[in-house]
Design a protein around this ligand. Structure first.
Ligand code: SME
Length: 160
């Protein structure tokens, strides 16, 4: 059994430090990528407030395919360059979107989503996955969230 105690009310950098330690504890020594993505999605869901979706898309044969997540059922395949996830995957750049309705081509998987953070996971120079967080609140994500999830993405590279 895993039981992580993380106080959601601490400053964000500390919250992401704790999350990072917990994620490392989960994936360390485990080579199964699906198990690792599933546990990290559950961890993000448990400890990051105000989310309605948290999970992964995987790069498969040149398109993004849905991976482990927590939230409502979502779009299964996303073309590179399409929506927030496809833009992150095509550019290799994090997409921090304060208002998804203002993002050209945003793909609405859950009508509740108002803001979104998508971080590419880059392994050996290629985008292998994206981490996608959605929130029902406008402007939910800040630079501190971006830094925390980018660090997590670097740690997960090659382990998912
Ligand atoms: N909104 C995303 C699609 C994935 S869902 O949010 C889970 C996008 O525009 O790429």
């Amino acid at each position: 059994m895993y039981s992580f105690e993380i106080d959601q009310n601490i400053p964000k950098p500390q919250l992401y430090d704790d999350l990072h330690s917990a994620a490392l504890a989960l994936v360390d020594g485990e080579s199964d990528g699906i198990a690792n993505m599933a546990n990290v999605a559950a961890l993000l869901w448990q400890f990051l407030p105000d989310l309605n979706w948290a999970g992964f898309y995987r790069m498969v044969d040149g398109e993004l395919v849905l991976g482990p997540f927590v939230g409502k059922p979502a779009c299964i395949r996303i073309a590179l360059g399409s929506g927030v996830c496809g833009t992150a995957a095509a550019s290799g750049e994090t997409q921090l979107v304060a208002d998804v309705h203002a993002f050209p081509g945003h793909i609405a998987c859950d009508a509740a989503s108002q803001s979104e953070l998508v971080v590419p996971v880059i392994h050996e120079g290629r985008v292998t996955h994206v981490i996608d967080l959605d929130s029902p609140d406008l402007a939910r994500f800040e630079q501190e969230d971006r830094a925390g999830i980018e660090r997590l993405a670097r740690t997960l590279a090659g382990r998912i």
